[in-house]
Design a protein around this ligand. Sequence first.
Ligand code: IPE
Ligand code: MG
Length: 258
Amino acid sequence: MAASEKPPSAGAPLPEGSPHPLHVAVVMDGNGRWAKQRGLPRSLGHRAGVEALKRTVEAAPRLNIRWLTVFGFSTENWSRPAAEVAELMALPKRYFESDIARLDREGVRVRVIGRREGLSSDLVRLVEDAQARTARNDRFHLNIAFNYGGQADITDAARRFAEEVAAGRRAPEDLDEAMLGGLLATAGSPPPDLIVRPSGEQRLSNFLLWEAAYAELVFQDVLWPDYGEEHLRAALAEFAARDRRYGAIAADNVLAAG
Ligand code: IPE
Ligand code: MG
């Protein structure tokens, strides 16, 4: 990778000459439509979505992805009917109960990013246990965004910094991009190289707003419950064909400018 292509404060760079993403983020979308197409309740679409998550988490390391961040529940999803919110709140338990032992065995570090307020104490305990149990793993990183919103996360980070200033531990001029980035829920993860959204919608929907600064976006016409390795491969192929410049100009133009 040429120096001019280096992303600003991008964390671990991609291997030399490789267009392969290190960190892939996925907006898991289309569960409701998948269920509707089959005349099923939306809850069954969400359960089928958990199976798609399992397939994707298994496929990702095989495709040399080291970080996977998935959007499970947004700060805006509280506006759904109470019964659906309850079903979505039950999904982490369903997923961790069946998979956490295997994830741990396979060296997966699990983090749940998002606000803890609003979650039941049982769910918070489940999340903290899953994180603690896998905290020393480093082979693959799975971030689950749950009760997460990009704007909420930036707001929380700004508030924490303001508290530091009010307490006299920081000065306003201490704040720069690296410091704010370090206060976000994703601190410690490299920014996503690729953000994938299935289901045909072409929006970020408040996902990783700060972190998405230089991410490539790929939109796929498949509903999340049908997602699997072949779709992830297709997204990677599209990513590989992109020309990432991070605000610089293409290398052949640099030579032409001589
Ligand atoms: C994704 O599927 C699950 C969540 C957003 C929690 P949706 O429930 O948004 O499915 P559609 O968009 O209605 O098809
Ligand atoms: Mg949706």
